[in-house]
Design a protein around this ligand. Structure first.
Ligand SMILES: [Zn+2]
Length: 67
């Protein structure tokens, strides 16, 4: 089951049109668009984790330099 990248609701697949549509927010996506959304979301999450780690490293350095 696929979920809407905008609102997280369950998407309905239209076999005739070969598209996914969201009953809650009305978004219409092809499988290709859905994959692109997922890839983008994963890249953003990775970037966020990387930045958080850098921040933690900085914090650690800052705290140790205060001693
Ligand atoms: Zn939606």
């Amino acid at each position: 089951m696929r979920s809407c990248p905008y609102c997280g609701s369950t998407l309905t697949f239209d076999r005739m049109e070969k598209i996914y549509s969201c009953g809650r927010c009305g978004a219409v996506l092809t499988l290709q668009e859905l994959v692109e959304h997922r890839e983008k979301a994963r890249a953003e999450k990775e970037k966020m984790l990387k930045e958080r780690r850098r921040h933690e490293e900085y914090l650690e350095w800052w705290l140790s330099s205060k001693k």
